[in-house]
Design a protein around this ligand. Structure first.
Ligand code: KIV
Length: 291
């Protein structure tokens, strides 16, 4: 088996082979992503939308994140499992961040956490690092602040916001984040940020010049039919394929085609003659066998 990825081994990939990160939310998706060669499994707060059916990421709780982190951690054998700190589980300060991250690590079994934000979350980042918890940063489009950012839109297109993203990413890298996600920023800006940081950048909607890429697994597989961001490439249409398969099952049940004899279990049917219902032979309840 290939060597287990750690925050340190991920960090060391700066400028090397591109890092592959995928979200995963449960045992089968984690196994699938790891078998496909993902270096990092992110239990993202996108869980809220693609698995739990919420309209945005805001309502997912630490309890829910812990539940899903446990399943992914049980599945992962080689990839680094990173747990997302959900909205309002760290913004109040370092103590809150430590309590929330502690739950993802101790109960959920993750080996690192991710949080959204730049210089304003440095005290939280520092507290986590001081406690020995590796931290992944996340700047650019930060879905937990969607209301303030004015919706899902590209960030850093003007000089002031581009500089702010660069400064935030630099601050996170200098504070000791082992990697920084750049979400939905122009490719040219991502290239500059990638060149400026010691930590690897992991892009989503940030062009090809980052040190790695991340996509939401349900988007890649065509399982999420809500938002369809332009930066997503769908590599399969499992939603459509799944519907077709389930419709075939439903039709076969209704037609009496499934289950066939090969899906059942045989017994010595003479034993049925020994069964009774209220003292009468149970087989008397059976109708005539179909012709
Ligand atoms: O929650 C998530 O899936 C994420 C990725 C999009 C980076 O944060």
């Amino acid at each position: 088996m290939a060597q287990r990825q750690t925050a340190r081994s991920v960090s060391a990939r700066k400028g090397g082979d591109p890092l592959v990160m995928l979200t995963a939310y449960d045992f089968p998706t984690a196994r699938m992503a790891e078998d496909a060669g993902a270096d990092i499994l992110l239990v993202g707060d996108s869980l809220a939308m693609v698995v739990l059916g919420h309209p945005d990421t805001l309502s997912v709780t630490v309890d829910e994140m812990v539940h899903h982190c446990k399943a992914v951690s049980r599945a992962a054998q080689r990839a680094l499992v990173v747990g997302d700190l959900p909205f309002l589980s760290y913004e109040a300060g370092p103590a809150q961040a430590l309590a929330s991250a502690g739950r993802l690590v101790k109960e959920g079994g993750v080996r690192a956490v991710k949080l959204e934000g730049g210089r304003e979350v440095l005290p939280q980042v520092q507290a986590l690092l001081d406690a020995g918890i590796p931290v992944m940063g996340h700047v650019g489009l930060t879905p937990q602040r969607l209301a303030r950012l004015g919706g899902f839109r590209v960030q850093g297109r003007d000089s002031a916001t581009a500089q702010a993203i660069l400064d935030d990413a630099l601050a996170l890298s200098r504070a000791g984040c082992f990697a920084v996600v750049l979400e939905c920023v122009p490719a040219a800006l991502a290239r500059v940020v990638t060149a400026a940081l010691d930590a690897p950048t992991i892009g989503i909607g940030a062009g090809a010049q980052c040190d790695g890429q991340v996509l939401v697994l349900h988007d890649v597989l065509g399982l999420f039919e809500g938002l369809r961001p332009t930066f997503v490439k769908r590599y399969a249409e499992l939603g459509a394929a799944g519907r077709e398969a389930l419709a075939a099952y439903a039709a076969e049940v209704r037609q009496g085609v499934f289950p066939g004899p090969e899906h059942g279990f045989a017994m010595d049917e003479l034993l049925l003659d020994t069964l009774t219902v209220d003292g009468r032979p149970a087989t008397a309840l059976l109708g005539e066998p179909a012709a």
